[in-house]
Ligand binder design. Structure first.
Ligand code: AMP
Ligand code: ZN
Length: 136
């Protein structure tokens, strides 16, 4: 993808604050961090989102997340971590090259990743289970 900024960053054509790199991924610090240490896992190949990325590579992204989060936690004095992966504009995706956010959390940091819990109604539950299970 010639015009994709994350393709250029992941493949080293544009310099970035790189924390880690292997044959499949580059892990960089986010330029607009939600918190101190906010990082992004970028596959070197272009896939728009979770729908497009091959299963194997998605699994490797999670392994990479574990590796990097473990290392970062030794250094950052964080109290927890959120892994966030947005798919589609409605979900807040702004760069359409698959990426996973690694967001260190600090007590009282005010980072907004929460929601107001709704209620799972019986009818909705049954419909969702019956319809989605057909595809699994
Ligand atoms: P998303 O909203 O999930 O698509 O996340 C895109 C993320 O990429 C945001 O957190 C941005 O701050 C970050 N971002 C965009 N451009 C760059 C860049 N050139 N270098 C590092 N991070 C970037
Ligand atoms: Zn790309």
């Amino acid at each position: 993808m010639e015009s994709c900024i994350f393709c250029k960053i992941a493949n080293g054509e544009i310099p970035s604050a790189t924390l880690y790199e292997d044959e499949d991924f580059r892990v960089i610090l986010d330029l607009g961090p939600a918190s101190r240490g906010h990082a992004l896992i970028l596959p070197k190949e272009h896939y728009k989102d979770l729908y497009e990325i091959p299963e194997e590579l998605a699994a490797k992204a999670m392994k990479t997340a574990k590796k990097v989060v473990t290392a970062m936690t030794k250094v950052l004095d964080c109290d927890g971590y959120n892994l966030v992966q947005n798919n589609g504009e409605a979900a807040g995706q702004t760069v359409f090259h698959f990426h996973m956010h690694l967001i260190p959390r600090y007590k009282g940091d005010g980072v907004g990743l929460t929601w107001k819990p709704g209620e799972l109604e019986d009818k909705t539950r049954d419909k969702i289970l019956a319809e989605i299970r057909k595809y699994l």
